[in-house]
Write a protein that binds this ligand. Structure first.
Ligand SMILES: [Zn+2]
Length: 204
């Protein structure tokens, strides 16, 4: 699946909007991304899962993930809840490995629900969108403090334009830069265009 095919699906499902938006952070942006909309159809989620699994396998074989030791294989996929759950499950299904997830407890990302990891268990961390890499890093930390070895991370979209550093090799189906501006610096506001909250536009 090419970057353009992925973006086309995001536009078709309104998961990627173009215009003038007020983000939940209060910043303004010409784009709005809501990955959940692109994954509503289970067959689409499965397709993205397979595409990520294929790129991960290719990176393993080329030595990008394991270096010389590509005989090692990923044993588990894990995702930070909630954003990573659907795509993480789909990647795990494509790789035919176990899937588990981390979630916040009193603000701290942790493994709950009786999930556990083995010493040096080789884990691939999957998220839907990487922006700063914060939740992927927190997920990695929660797994590694329990003895697992996170070998790579992947997402459908990397909106950091490749800049986010999560401390392990990283793969994304789409790499792009989503601009955001403080209201006083917003070029779209300066052009006199009205900013909308994405939900209000969708409900029209
Ligand atoms: Zn604006």
């Amino acid at each position: 699946m090419t970057q353009e095919q992925t973006l086309e699906h995001f536009r078709e499902t309104n998961a990627l909007l173009e215009g003038h938006f007020i983000l939940s952070s209060g910043l303004h942006s010409p784009n709005y991304l809501q990955c959940a909309l692109a994954l509503q159809n289970p067959q689409d989620a499965a397709r993205f899962g397979k595409a990520i699994a294929l790129q991960v396998r290719t990176a393993c074989v080329s030595g990008r993930i394991y270096g010389e030791n590509f005989a090692s294989e990923i044993e588990t996929v894990a995702s930070p809840a909630i954003g990573g759950l659907i795509i993480g499950f789909a990647v795990a299904q494509a790789l035919n490995v176990r899937f588990s997830w981390t979630e916040r407890e009193n603000g701290k990302m942790t493994l709950r629900r009786g999930f556990s990891v083995k010493e040096n268990e080789r884990i691939l961390v999957i998220e839907d969108v990487i922006t700063t890499g914060g939740s992927t890093r927190e997920c990695i930390e929660a797994l590694e403090t329990r003895g697992a070895k996170v070998v790579a991370a992947a997402s459908i979209i990397d909106r950091s334009n490749g800049q986010a550093d999560v401390g392990v090799p990283r793969i994304a189906l789409v790499t792009l830069e989503v601009q955001s501006y403080k209201v006083e610096d917003c070029p779209l506001c300066k052009q006199g265009k009205t900013a909308v909250k994405p939900g209000s536009r969708m409900s029209k």
